[in-house]
Each structure stands twice: as structure tokens, then as C-alpha cells.
Design a protein around this ligand. Structure first.
Ligand SMILES: [Zn+2]
Length: 133
């Protein structure tokens, strides 16, 4: 089943349009919309505190290009969600990122249909969905 307890707790911090968007897509994934490439999903991050943000910024390779508190993940409510296929298969996606891009296209099409305005995709950060200002 898409979106476990921790994913739902993370998502609950977000503004309503992001919650509606992600829940809507997760329900479709549950119904097999992107099978077999994506069968389940997870919300990996919504809000990031200072220590977590700086760890992401200082990681090599960087997991965030912004230091605290400049990321959309650093405000409360958070203005971004990192939403990925589950289970996380980083090594497999490195070689074959199709599941990441497939899910991204689906999320972005759904956002458009729902009238949820997102910032443009970041090429190195496919799972990141950020509300436009
Ligand atoms: Zn992100």
C-alpha cells in the first residue's frame, strides 16, 4: 500500500494543495497506474530542521544545494515534498532512472490537472516537488 504511517505524518505538515496532490497520485499508484515500474511510493522528506539541512548541504554528493534556512524544506509549513517510488533503489535508479522520471511526469500532470502550481523540475532532483510562490 502506498504511503505508510511515517510518510503520512511527514505529508500532514504540508500545505493542503501538496497533500491533495500526493495523496491523489499515491491512490493511483495503489490502483496500479504505473505498474510494473512503480508499485508503491514514499514521502521521504517534507520539513528539514537545521541539522538535517546542513547535513544534506554538506554531503558529497550534495543532497541539497541550499544551506539552512534557504530550502523550501526549511519553512513551516514546508513548501516542498520529496516523493519517490518505494522501495528506494538508489543504485538501480543510478543505472536506470525510468521509475523516477515516470513518477515525476505523473505527479506534474496531476498537479496541472488539479491547479496546483509547482516550481519547474530540477534535473538532478527528480523527486522534489515545490510549490510556486
Ligand atoms: Zn526536496
Amino acid at each position: 500500500m502506498s504511503l505508510g504511517k511515517v510518510s503520512r505524518e511527514r505529508l500532514a505538515l504540508c500545505p493542503r494543495p501538496l497533500i491533495i496532490l500526493i495523496e491523489s497520485v499515491a491512490a493511483d499508484i495503489d490502483a496500479g497506474a504505473l505498474a510494473p515500474l512503480v508499485r508503491d511510493t514514499t514521502v521521504l522528506c517534507t520539513f528539514r530542521g537545521e541539522a538535517e539541512q546542513m547535513a544534506a548541504f554538506n554531503a558529497r554528493p550534495q543532497r541539497s544545494k541550499k544551506p539552512w534556512p534557504e530550502s523550501a524544506h526549511n519553512s513551516m509549513p514546508p513548501r516542498a515534498v520529496d516523493f519517490l517510488p518505494y522501495p528506494l533503489e538508489w543504485a538501480a535508479w543510478e543505472a536506470s532512472p525510468a521509475p523516477l522520471w515516470l513518477l515525476q511526469g505523473y505527479v506534474r500532470a496531476r498537479a496541472r490537472a488539479l491547479g496546483v502550481r509547482l516550481k519547474p523540475a530540477i534535473r538532478w532532483d527528480a523527486p522534489h516537488y515545490e510549490l510556486a510562490d
